[in-house]
Design a protein around this ligand. Structure first.
Ligand SMILES: [Zn+2]
Ligand SMILES: [Zn+2]
Length: 283
C-alpha cells in the first residue's frame, strides 16, 4: 500500500492550473497509489471576510494567495463531490498560519468533508513567506531571529491549533539552505524541536515526511532523518508521507523513498487519515 498524503490541485494558486482533482485521482491510480489526499492551500492570514480585499502591505507580494477563502472551500467541496467516483481520493487541506487568523482556521477545520488537515507555517506573523526572503542580503543574526520566531510559532501550533499532522517542519531550510546555499547551525533549535515533538505526541497529532526536498536543490526530505529518528525515539507514531506535488507529474514522487526512510528510522507503520482519524498501515 502506498499513499501520497500531500498533493495540490489547481485550487492552489501556486500549483499547475491544469491539475484538476479528477486528473490527480486518475494519475494516482495509474502509478499504483492506494490513496491520494488533495491538500490545497488555505493560508489563514489571507483569508479575509467575504468581499474584503484590504491586505496589509507586506502581503501584497504574495498576491497569488489572495482569495484563500474561495480557493480552499472550492477545493474541499469539489474533492468531496468526486470521492464517490474515485475511491482512491481523499479530501484534505494544508492549513497555513492557523494561529494568525483563528477565525479562518475555525471555518475550515469545521468542514465535515475533510479527511485530513496538514498544519503548516509558511510565514511568520507580519512577515513574507520564507520563499520571498533574500537570505544573502541579510545578516545571519536576522535569519536566526526569523527561525527563532518560526519554531516558537510551530510550538504554539502544536499546542493549540486544530490539525492532524505538522507540515514540512523544516520548511525555511528549503530556501535558506536549498536555494541560497547557506548553512545554518540547527543545534540551536534542538530543544524546541524536541518540545514540538513532545507536544504533538501528547496532543495525538503527528508529523509528515515531505518528500519535495528530494526533487529540489535541498536534496533531502523535510524534516531530515535525524529529526525523524528523534520523533520516533520520543514515541512518535503518527507519520504521513506526502510529495507536496504542485503538478500531476510529481504525484507520488519520493513516496517510496519516504517509506524506506521510515523503516530505516525504526517506524513500523505509516499513517493515513480518513475522516480525520489516523489509520496505521504496516510498512
Ligand atoms: Zn506547505
Ligand atoms: Zn503543500
Amino acid at each position: 500500500m502506498m499513499f501520497d498524503s500531500h498533493v495540490h490541485s489547481k485550487f492552489s494558486p501556486d500549483a499547475d492550473q491544469s491539475a484538476d482533482i479528477s486528473n490527480i485521482a486518475v494519475c494516482a491510480k495509474e502509478i499504483g497509489l492506494s490513496y491520494v489526499t488533495v491538500t490545497d492551500h488555505c493560508d489563514c492570514n489571507f483569508f479575509l471576510p467575504e468581499g474584503e480585499f484590504d491586505y496589509p502591505e507586506y502581503q501584497k507580494q504574495d498576491s497569488m494567495m489572495f482569495g484563500a477563502r474561495d480557493y480552499a472551500t472550492a477545493s474541499i467541496k469539489k474533492c468531496a463531490e468526486l470521492k464517490d467516483r474515485y475511491p482512491e481520493l481523499l479530501c484534505g487541506v494544508e492549513l497555513g498560519q492557523p494561529l494568525q487568523n483563528p477565525q479562518a482556521s475555525d471555518i475550515i477545520t469545521s468542514m465535515k468533508e475533510l479527511d485530513f488537515i496538514i498544519g503548516s507555517l509558511h510565514m511568520n506573523d507580519n512577515k513574507p513567506d520564507f520563499y520571498w526572503i533574500e537570505y544573502k542580503k541579510i545578516d545571519i543574526s536576522v535569519i536566526r531571529a526569523l527561525l527563532d520566531s518560526y519554531f516558537d510559532e510551530i510550538l504554539q501550533m502544536a499546542a493549540s491549533a486544530d490539525f492532524d499532522v505538522l507540515g514540512h517542519l523544516t520548511y525555511p531550510l528549503r530556501y535558506i539552505e536549498g536555494e541560497c546555499g547557506l548553512n545554518i547551525d540547527m543545534l540551536r533549535y534542538d530543544e524546541i524541536i524536541r518540545d514540538i515533538f513532545r507536544t504533538l505526541i501528547e496532543n495525538g497529532r503527528g508529523i509528515e515526511i515531505n518528500t519535495s526536498g528530494y526533487r529540489q536543490k535541498f536534496g533531502r526530505p523535510f524534516p531530515d532523518e535525524e529529526y525523524l529518528k528523534l520523533y520516533r525515539s520520543l514515541g512518535g507514531e503518527i507519520i504521513t508521507i506526502g510529495s507536496d506535488a504542485h503538478k500531476t507529474r510529481d504525484i507520488g514522487a519520493g513516496v517510496d523513498w519516504g517509506e524506506q526512510l521510515l523503516r530505516h528510522c525504526g517506524f513500523k507503520y505509516v499513517t493515513l487519515f480518513k475522516e480525520r482519524k489516523p489509520y496505521q498501515f504496516r510498512l
